[in-house]
Ligand binder design. Structure first.
Ligand code: IPE
Ligand code: IPE
Ligand code: MG
Length: 244
């Protein structure tokens, strides 16, 4: 992959987040401002994904989570949902080679059920072909909702308890059933485009994450903006309840 077009050599690698989760918001408003259809904004957003994935991997982030489609996003007009699904397919078809080259391990997180068959199969292909990679984990949330994930994890743990497979339902047993099992919790959450909310993203996993909200719309969130966010994270004092 080409190097990211921003100089990030000054940043202290020790102070980088290990797992960045991004709520990529504002594609629609970005397009509207340009008097273009929302699909134009989604396409511009997809271009941004490529840059941010590459920079994350180059800079040494160990996991990057991108919120691509929430369970609530099914409420949107059918055409827009179709555009989002097609762009996801297009992105993976075009970028899979690069992801492989960069050593990225792809992981789909979400509920498969409602996803079009073609989306399911490309997600499977991306996971299968990158599963032995040892570089950055790229976790893409599609048809994902955190509350449903938590309820399901609790249900599965309770089921195991009832069947006598586990002696108690504790955090460890519960976490095994989260869709993100095996990944470290995100320590940094970025949301673009001015909204200051979480929108059902990884509610359990981000309990102690640092939050970063920017007015910049996702299609304008370039490497420079990303670096500024990472620099802000590097300067934060994380106390975890302690007094350090
Ligand atoms: C983010 O942009 C993409 C998805 C949520 C899938 P939006 O489509 O939400 O853009 P706005 O928030 O309407 O501007
Ligand atoms: C959050 O964006 C979900 C994704 C980025 C996929 P939305 O645009 O759907 O969030 P709300 O509806 O404004 O909270
Ligand atoms: Mg939005």
């Amino acid at each position: 992959m080409a190097k990211a077009n921003v100089d990030f050599s000054a940043i202290d690698r020790e102070k980088l987040p290990k797992h960045v989760a991004i709520i990529m918001d504002g594609n629609g408003r970005w397009a509207k401002k340009r008097m273009m259809p929302r699909s134009f904004g989604h396409r511009a957003g997809m271009e941004r994904v490529k840059d941010i994935v590459r920079m994350s991997s180059d800079i040494g982030i160990s996991a990057l989570t991108l919120y691509a489609f929430s369970t609530e996003n099914w409420k949107r007009p059918k055409e827009e949902v179709g555009v989002l699904m097609s762009l996801l397919i297009e992105y993976l078809r075009r970028e899979l080679g690069e992801l492989l080259k960069e050593g990225v391990r792809f992981r789909f997180v979400g509920m498969r059920d409602r996803l079009p068959a073609e989306v399911q199969s490309i997600l499977d292909e991306a996971m299968e072909s990158t599963k032995d990679n040892t570089g950055m984990d790229l976790c893409v949330l599609v048809n994902y909702g955190s509350r449903a994930e938590i309820v399901e994890a609790a249900r599965l743990a309770a089921e195991e308890y009832a069947a006598g497979k586990i002696s108690e339902v504790n955090a460890e047993e519960f976490e095994k059933h989260l869709m993100t099992a095996g990944l470290p919790d995100p320590d940094f959450v970025i949301r673009t485009s001015g909204e200051q909310r979480i929108s059902n993203l990884l509610l359990y996993q981000i309990a102690y994450a640092e939050l970063y909200f920017t007015d910049v719309a996702w299609p304008d969130f370039d490497e420079k903006e990303y670096l500024a966010a990472l620099q802000q994270f590097a300067g934060r004092n994380r106390r975890f309840g302690d007094i350090k």
